[in-house]
Design a protein around this ligand. Structure first.
Ligand code: UDP
Length: 235
């Protein structure tokens, strides 16, 4: 395999499948079997999941809620998603650990970097929940931060689209997909890849990002194997 250790970022929305809200068990099961297949090739896998399918701080603020309170609710939503994926991974025989940025002793371990690395070395799939543990951040930033901390080789961002486009492909029929792009181009063109905090962290720490379509079974394996799928962000 091309990589030894990767950080897989899944958005909360991707867990919805065709639903409008919540968790689609078939989608979670597909992700779990894809992750198992890659794991069996010897890759160390850490995962960060978003919470947008359940709760988003920014949207709640627009409806009048206090932003910080809402963001903590968003972080809790990521823990619900993490637990769903943990369950699905265990159903396909994986050993897992859920570590959260906010202590929840009865259901998971607190995030401790050295312990996370040890879990990975022992062949456990590690899920990082509760984002960074801080309001005003996103799970994309949590993914970049954790990837740097555990010295992952890349952030693999599995989404519902197959890469980064020149414009929104659902709105602009002339939009084309980049195979490769630099961090600087992402800033200059104002492309919506990840929020800028996440992008900056990756750029400063020379951590490549690959955006790919996770909903197509087998794609995670292809990306992990170094196939030029989706869009690679480097530089
Ligand atoms: N969140 C936060 N701090 C973090 C990560 C997440 O406050 O470090 C909150 C924020 O309210 C966000 C919600 O958790 O809207 C869900 O995360 P995100 O929007 O990143 O999920 P995704 O878009 O990937 O589903």
């Amino acid at each position: 395999m091309k990589y030894k250790r990767v950080l897989l970022k899944l958005s909360g929305e991707s867990l919805m499948g065709d639903k409008q809200y919540g968790i689609d068990s078939e989608r979670v099961a597909q992700y779990a079997s894809d992750i198992r297949d890659v794991y069996k090739k010897g890759l160390q896998i850490a995962i960060v999941i978003g919470g947008g399918n359940i709760f988003r701080g920014l949207s709640a603020e627009k409806s009048g809620m206090d932003r910080v309170q809402a963001d903590y609710m968003g972080m809790l939503a990521t823990v619900i998603n993490s637990m769903a994926l943990q369950d699905a991974l265990e159903k396909v025989g994986m050993k897992t650990r859920l570590m959260t940025a906010i202590k929840m002793e009865q259901i998971c371990e607190p995030f401790i970097r050295r312990r996370a690395v040890r879990h990975l070395e022992k062949g456990r799939i590690v899920i990082f929940g509760a984002g960074t543990g801080n309001p005003y951040f996103t799970t994309d930033t949590a993914a970049s931060l954790r990837a740097i901390e555990i010295q992952a080789d890349a952030v693999l961002k599995g989404t519902r689209v197959d890469g980064i486009y020149t414009a929104d492909p659902e709105k602009d029929p002339l939009a084309t997909r980049y195979n490769e792009i630099t961090f600087q181009e992402v800033y200059d063109k104002g492309l919506n890849v990840m929020d800028l905090t996440a992008i900056t962290l990756c750029q400063e720490n020379k951590l490549p990002i690959i955006v790919f379509d996770m909903n197509k079974a087998g794609n995670f394996m292809r990306v992990a194997d170094g196939e030029p799928l989706g869009t690679l962000v480097t530089g």
